[in-house]
Design a protein around this ligand. Structure first.
Ligand code: HEC
Length: 195
């Protein structure tokens, strides 16, 4: 009986391992029937690339300063670490958070509060003629259409990002990887005017 139980347990373990084995690269971008990108649900569990505070690409003073937190799917991150390149269906999310300073015991500096919106970028050359597509989500919107051809998101990313369309010059853990694979555009590190 004990031996039989052992075999059963072993069988179950094997099945569990096999079920997990096929390398499903999830999550991937999901679209509704109108072709709108669905809001990625669990992006806060993806790989965190970096946070910015009050980043502004224009010399004029900006409005209210916010935090930006950048995430990418873990499987895409893993492929980048092996190649210095982004695989098709890589998806990036910037989670924009309001900033506050004085509360509780905090005297100085800033911490993050409410979600203000999401900016999303997808690399998919079969779906998008321009390969990279850009989307904006209000704090509570569930889906978003891609920005039209010639949009300012695409233009700025194309002109200033250090690796393909991504700002790896601001993501310390990936910057070293891209330099190692020589996929890093050093020129894009120089101080520049976004216009
Ligand atoms: C004037 C230049 C500029 C414009 C316009 C712009 N971005 Fe970006 N974007 C940046 C910079 C710089 C970063 C790096 C931010 C950081 O380090 O936190 C970035 C980062 C991102 C990221 C994180 C992944 C990456 O590419 O590094 C996403 C997603 C993103 N932007 C989406 C958008 C969307 C959507 C729009 C248009 C609604 C947009 N961006 C417009 C400059 C720009």
């Amino acid at each position: 009986m004990k031996r039989f139980l052992c075999v059963v347990v072993l069988g179950v373990v094997c099945l569990a391992v096999l079920a997990a084995a096929p390398e499903e690269k999830m999550p991937k971008p999901q679209y509704d029937e109108k072709g709108q990108l669905l809001r990625p649900a669990d992006y806060r569990e993806w790989m965190f690339l970096s946070a910015g505070y009050g980043m502004n690409y224009s010399p004029e003073p900006g409005g209210h300063e916010m935090f930006t937190n950048v995430f990418v799917q873990r499987w895409a991150y893993d492929e980048f670490v092996k190649s210095g390149k982004w695989p098709e269906q890589s998806m990036f999310v910037i989670d924009e958070r309001d900033a506050a300073s004085r509360s509780s015991i905090n005297q100085k500096g800033h911490y993050q509060t409410d979600l203000m919106g999401l900016a999303v970028e997808v690399k998919d050359s079969t779906r998008n003629p321009d390969k990279w597509a850009y989307y904006g989500f209000a704090a509570d919107s569930k889906s978003s259409g891609a920005m039209a051809h010639g949009n300012s998101c695409w233009t700025c990313h194309d002109a200033h990002a250090a690796v393909e369309h991504t700002f790896v010059q601001f993501y310390p853990t990936l910057k070293v990887v891209a330099k190692q694979f020589r996929t890093y555009n050093e020129e894009r590190e120089k101080v520049a005017d976004a216009k």
